[in-house]
Ligand binder design. Structure first.
Ligand SMILES: NC(=O)c1ccc[n+]([C@@H]2O[C@H](COP(=O)([O-])OP(=O)(O)OC[C@H]3O[C@@H](n4cnc5c(N)ncnc54)[C@H](OP(=O)(O)O)[C@@H]3O)[C@@H](O)[C@H]2O)c1
Length: 434
């Protein structure tokens, strides 16, 4: 057992930070055994130092000055648990330059500035641990950077946003509208007051972008991905998909496709027998297919205070035991593999689910199927509900399943469908993840 403790500076003591402080204090004996030395929380930096911090030992000084950590030469490791990319990037650069190693849970930071920070850390012989940045408590980063390094990764599929998964699951099980399920998610702490980044696919796309960098050595900015959210999904879509044998999930996908990389985040139909389809509530799942290992599934809590803190503390232990240097080296080496070209957004091929509301009058079906036919999209099934609405202007909902076609053809067909007089709303189109 080493005499000298590991001194930690904690930046951010909100949901995740206070969970980390709790583990450091409640599990100090276990951690000491795991690390072979004591872990000592030396200082905490937050925005509002006067707020009560339950669970934080009174002996730990709390300030709002990052310089208190930068100038404390006894601090070895900075654990940065603040959101956003402005102060977080500035602090991360300065901490690395001041000789601190870094652990972070900030996916937005690693997604947008990971390459720069990894290079900087590599040059300065420092390390960055970011296990908690993707899928909370699920050890997907260490799986990719250690356990699967003997594999060529073929694909990564995942449900990476617990809020969206909670909403879609509750809509179907509790017969709720999107708005009702979102409000329940907010009440139960699964959604922020402003849930935009969760429900529009940005959060899942940031996490997928980080995994892509590790698995395929390719930078795919969030803006270059097909990215759609769940806010246009109606209960009736979930029911129609269920009747066809599918569940609708916000799916993140990255796969090699003829030496190009197909990458997207969008709601998709998944066959109900697949494990991905059965992942419900706020849980996350990541399915990785490797050339030797085959298909590997990791599932569990993708967010939340203690699951995320669990991943942060694992990074702290890795640092304390010297493993972080080897793991981070593997991260840096993975970046030197040849990168893949990103497949054009029009290229992915899927079967599609289309829902549109049309006037209930003669020739409408002919008009809709004519548009699809002109774009060489072949229909595999078509269902029309009984009409609803005022007697003088009844409407009917059409559910169309197509055979395989490309995203590009579907985009063009979408526009033409929307231009038809008989089509009442913007058709909803979802790929089938066969
Ligand atoms: N919550 C989760 O389940 C979860 C899961 C995975 C990853 N993450 C990531 O973990 C990070 C932290 O999330 P969180 O949920 O713990 O956030 P949070 O509850 O909002 O806490 C943020 C903390 O950072 C402090 N802070 C913010 N800006 C600061 C600045 N410029 N200088 C110093 N301190 C600052 C805040 O201080 P005050 O307390 O004084 O306001 C607060 O203590 C984010 O990047 C998030 O994406 C969170």
């Amino acid at each position: 057992m080493s005499e000298s403790p590991l001194h930690i500076g904690l930046i951010g003591c909100g949901t995740v930070g206070s969970g980390v402080a709790r583990i450091l204090s409640e599990q100090h004996r276990l951690l000491e055994r795991q690390c072979g030395r004591r872990l000592c929380l030396k200082r905490v930096v937050v925005r509002h130092p006067d707020r009560p911090r339950p669970g934080l030992p009174e002996s730990v000084p709390v300030t709002d000055r990052i310089d208190d950590i930068l100038q404390d030469e006894s601090i070895d490791l900075a654990v940065q648990l603040i959101g956003g990319t402005d102060a977080a990037l500035d602090y991360a650069r300065r901490l690395l330059q001041a000789g601190r190693d870094l652990v972070t849970a900030n996916k937005a930071l690693i997604c947008a500035h990971g390459s720069e920070l990894f290079q900087l850390a590599g040059r300065l012989k420092r390390t960055i641990g970011f296990e908690a940045a993707v899928a909370g408590g699920i050890p997907v980063i260490s799986t990719l950077t250690t356990a699967l390094t003997g594999n060529r990764i073929e694909s990564i599929e995942g449900i990476l946003n617990g809020t969206s998964n909670f909403i879609l699951s509750r809509m179907l099980t509790d017969n709720q509208t999107y708005e009702q399920a979102l409000s329940l998610a907010q009440k139960q702490g699964y959604a922020e007051a402003d849930p935009t980044l969760d429900v529009d696919g940005t959060d899942a796309a940031q996490k997928l972008s980080i995994l892509i960098r590790l698995a395929f050595a390719t930078d795919v900015p969030v803006e270059k991905m097909i990215r759609r959210g769940i806010d246009r999904i109606m209960l009736s879509d979930l029911e129609a998909a269920a009747a066809l044998g599918y569940r609708i999930k916000l799916l993140a996908m990255a796969r090699r496709n003829q030496e190009q990389l197909e990458a997207w985040v969008q709601p998709a139909l998944i066959h109900h027998e697949r494990t991905l389809a059965q992942t419900s509530g706020a849980d996350n799942i990541v399915t990785i297919t490797g050339s030797a290992v085959g298909r590997l599934r990791l599932a569990g809590a993708g967010a939340g205070q203690m699951p995320t803190a669990s991943a942060v503390v694992a990074d702290i232990i890795d640092y304390a035991t010297g493993r972080a240097a080897r793991t981070f080296d593997a991260v840096l080496r993975s970046q030197t593999a040849p990168s893949l070209d990103i497949q054009p957004q029009e290229a992915p091929r899927h079967r599609y689910y289309i829902r549109c509301t049309v006037d209930d009058r003669p020739h409408v079906l002919a008009d809709v199927t004519d548009v699809l036919g002109r774009h060489e999209i072949s229909i595999s099934s078509l269902h029309q509900d009984e009409p609803t609405g005022a007697n003088d202007r009844p409407a009917a909902r059409l559910i169309i399943m197509t055979h395989q076609t490309t995203e590009g053809r579907m985009r063009n067909a979408d526009q033409d469908l929307h231009r038809l007089d008989c089509v009442r709303d913007q058709p909803l189109r979802l790929p089938v993840a066969d």
